[in-house]
Design a protein around this ligand. Structure first.
Ligand code: F6R
Ligand code: MG
Ligand code: MG
Length: 363
């Protein structure tokens, strides 16, 4: 059994929150090489999306392993030091605790991990987003694993015809529920159509129960007790064979769906698929980005990456995202560009209300 772990954090932006300084990636690379040399990792790849440092690892330690989590924690801490020396923006932003307690879960970084038996051919796609939150995966996951207009394999491939099951997390009440698709899609859509409250955590093949996709759903504000950052989530998807084909997995991203995040984590904006090199959200600190690194696994080795959105067939999605961004921007401080009051990461509402106390009179 091999475990694929993707653990990420924003430990400092360059310039502002728009991108990442190369020294952070070089530092992470050094640590990872050492861990691989010591036999803790089978393989690794260090990359980024916007200002988020993304650590992709394969190993034989299983999910939630303390040594793997400690390795990434130490990397984020050391990178925070580098960020502080360069006075990068928001150094240590996602490091919400001083002490490591056996896991990075709930401490700021985002985590997606899956353990499985590597198949004869094992294509995996790793999606990474910046300036948005974990509910952003709900629509693409639904389309990939439950929508026959997106995934023709659900209709004409015998090994996918039984459908997939979705584990949905209620991020507010900290509880979960599993739905079988296609039988229960109407019930499921009531929940996952509200992505700020319900997020798809994982998807499994039916009837085998084999893991197909896992997302990070760690809401930072739950962790910090207040809203300190949109999660900038990650998602792992296995592909081909009994899972959707690479093209079926990428297809939902041709529609730049509206997500929460963007400037000050307080706006709606289109999710723009782009190459890793172009993941530098600059206009109004956005628009939100999604990148995808594709790999073939070979005995746990990460053969790749292929930069999956580095393809002119996604130009039109980028164009549409820019049109939607322009349209939304013209709303300025008004909803629905600006998020509803209770979902904004930045707010002056309590102070404004305090100031206005006594000035309100009954209608
Ligand atoms: C959004 C984001 C940025 C910042 C904004 C203000 O997720 O990271 O839009 O919220 O640039 O940043 P600070 O408060 O660090 O000056
Ligand atoms: Mg940042
Ligand atoms: Mg970020």
């Amino acid at each position: 059994m091999i475990t694929l772990s993707v653990i990420k954090a924003d430990v400092g932006g360059y310039v502002g929150h728009s991108s990442m300084h190369p020294d952070l990636m070089a530092t992470a690379q050094e640590f990872m090489e050492k861990a691989k040399g010591q036999g803790l990792l089978v393989d690794f790849h260090v990359t980024r999306c916007g200002d988020d440092l993304e650590l992709i690892m394969t190993h034989e330690q299983g999910e939630g392993n303390e040594c793997i989590h400690k390795l990434t924690w130490d990397i984020f801490l050391t990178c925070t030091d580098v960020a502080r020396k360069l006075k990068l923006h928001g150094a240590g932003q996602d490091m919400l605790s001083d002490a490591f307690t056996g896991t990075v879960k709930g401490m700021g970084p985002g985590v997606a991990e899956m353990q499985f038996e590597e198949r004869g051919s094992e294509p995996v796609l790793i999606f990474m987003a910046d300036k948005t939150s974990s509910g952003a995966w709900n629509m693409p996951l639904y389309k990939i694993f439950a929508d026959p207009f997106n995934t023709i394999g659900l209709v004409i491939a015998e090994n996918m015809h039984s459908g997939f099951s979705f584990e949905v997390h209620d991020v507010k009440e900290h509880r979960k529920v599993v739905f079988d698709a296609p039988e229960e899609i109407y019930d499921m859509l009531v929940l996952i159509g509200a992505p700020s409250r319900y997020a798809v955590k994982c998807v499994r093949h039916r009837p085998s129960g084999e893991i197909a996709a896992v997302s990070s759903t760690d809401k930072l504000y739950q962790t910090a007790g207040r809203y300190v950052g949109k999660d900038d989530p990650v998602l792992i998807v296995r592909s081909q064979g009994k899972f959707p084909a690479v093209g079926e997995v990428l297809e939902p991203f041709t529609m730049p769906q509206m997500v929460q995040g963007w400037m000050r984590g307080s706006h709606h904006g289109p999710l723009m698929p782009c190459s890793i090199l172009q993941s530098n959200p600059s206009r109004f600190d956005g628009p939100p980005r999604v990148v995808c690194a594709g790999f073939q696994l070979a005995g746990g080795k990460l053969i790749g990456p292929r930069d999956m959105f580095d393809d002119p067939s996604f130009d039109e999605a980028r164009h549409q995202a820019n049109l939607a961004a322009e349209y939304l921007r013209r709303h300025g401080p008004f909803e629905p560009h600006r998020l509803p009051l209770e979902q904004m990461e930045y707010t002056t509402m309590p102070e404004v209300m305090r100031k206005l106390e006594g000035r309100f009179s009954p209608l």
